[in-house]
Design a protein around this ligand. Structure first.
Ligand code: GAL
Length: 414
């Protein structure tokens, strides 16, 4: 073999060795953050990770689809094949505890909480939601608010309406908007109708009425629930006809273009509006979803360490960044959420997010159904099936019967 061939062969061998090493150092992180705002937030946190841990290569395994509808299906397949990523983004609450902890899919993180001093900087109520059996199971990176109604001020001014404060008021305002050729409420695919369902329920039943439905003390067959479902049915009649084909950000686009007046969405929508270079307050604005002033319908994105995680050391490094002040302050101002930690640097957060920080402290906090807080996957899946039927047949009595049955078969009424 000539010397030239030998050297070329050695160079190839070295390259292959380097590739294998970097492959082994890959940190594969699973999420569904692909839309404007959420993808920017993730990229900002990845930058912090890469600067702190240059020995690892971040691999973005995001699967598009709001609320994780597609991503969580892909994740379920991978988990069933014992092929978890290094870490995934899930939701604090029953999604985590009642689904992944219950199925032994993730590892406890107590020692990480001790070494990073997180117990003193994360809210005690949040730690409770991610704890089970005396262990802590995830690293919350943020707090999102679900019950927000977004609009473009110029659209409302031109139509001569103001943001409605109750659902009854909404129905009157919606009739006015409709008569002017404006879609009153932009909605997207099915999970966004579950999101709307939960805000109508909270706005109609109040914080205590909503909470009771999830702890087994409430009555799914009550006339209050019937009234709320009837309101939901009426609200749905004011949404865009093509909703089932639209992702949440495409529904938000209808508000941006002025085709629709409002959309009800979590505050990742604020990250989205800002990614379109719109200014909070003037370009886009917000109000509590009708009937929910003083209530904070919350959820929290939370990263986990899977059993059999790929590259557990790299995964732990990622968790350290997700739980750090620096990581959270890089991520949240772009994501449209506030830090889970209580020591975030307020000066980095805009006028909407600082108002959310204040509300988080003073409002009555309730948990989101659509985003994993109050129901585990089994219960939520039954509700989702009932909702799908309701969206097609609009049969309130049948919907209520199915919701009550879901609570009995898979939920708190068992
Ligand atoms: C939620 C998630 C948010 C945001 C949203 C839209 O479930 O918690 O972080 O990504 O879906 O995709």
């Amino acid at each position: 073999m000539s010397k030239r061939f030998l050297m070329a062969g050695m160079a190839l061998a070295l390259t292959l060795a380097a590739c294998t090493a970097s492959g082994g150092n890959k940190v594969e992180v699973f999420s569904w953050w692909t839309a404007g705002g959420e993808a920017d937030g993730l990229a900002a946190m990845v930058k912090v990770f890469e600067a702190k841990y240059p020995q690892y290569t971040f691999e973005n395994a995001a699967v598009a689809g709001g609320a994780g509808t597609n991503a969580r299906a892909v994740l379920a397949t991978r988990l069933s094949q014992n092929d978890p990523p290094s870490s995934w983004q899930g939701h604090a609450g029953q999604e985590l505890i009642g689904t992944y902890v219950a199925a032994d899919k993730i590892q406890p993180l107590d020692s990480l909480y001790d070494s990073e001093g997180w117990k003193s900087v994360m809210p005690a109520g949040l730690i409770d939601l991610i704890s089970q059996g005396g262990h802590i199971w995830s690293v919350p990176v943020n707090i999102h608010r679900a019950n927000v109604m977004w609009y473009v001020p110029a659209t409302l001014t031109a139509a001569g309406v103001t943001p409605p404060k109750t659902w009854a008021e909404f129905l009157t305002t919606a009739a006015t908007l409709k008569s002017k050729g404006i879609t009153p409420l932009a909605m997207g695919e099915q999970w966004t109708s579950m999101h709307l369902f939960e805000t109508v329920m909270i706005g109609s039943l109040g914080a205590d009425g909503w909470k009771a439905l999830w702890d087994g003390t409430g009555d799914w067959t009550s006339s209050d629930v019937t009234d709320a479902l009837n309101t939901f049915k009426q609200v749905l009649s004011y949404t865009n006809a093509d909703s089932s084909t639209l992702a949440w950000d495409k529904a938000a686009d209808l508000v941006i273009s002025g085709d629709a007046a409002f959309t009800i969405m979590g505050d990742w929508a604020e990250g989205y509006f800002k990614s379109k270079n719109m200014e909070p307050k003037t370009g886009f604005a917000w109000a509590p979803a009708p009937g929910t002033d003083g209530i904070f319908d919350f959820l929290s994105d939370s990263f986990v360490l899977p059993v059999n995680a790929k590259n557990p050391d790299g995964a732990t490094a990622w968790l350290k960044v997700a739980g750090s002040k620096e990581g959270q302050d890089a991520f949240n101002p772009l994501k449209g959420s506030i830090p889970a930690r209580s020591d975030g640097d307020r000066s980095l957060y805009d006028v909407y997010l600082t108002s959310a920080m204040d509300d988080w402290k003073s409002d009555t906090v309730v948990g989101s159904l659509t985003h994993g807080v109050v129901a585990n996957d089994a219960w939520k899946a039954k509700i989702d099936t009932a909702l799908g039927l309701f969206l097609a047949d609009k049969d309130v009595a049948a919907f209520q019967t199915a919701l009550a049955a879901a609570c009995t078969s898979d939920g708190a009424c068992k």
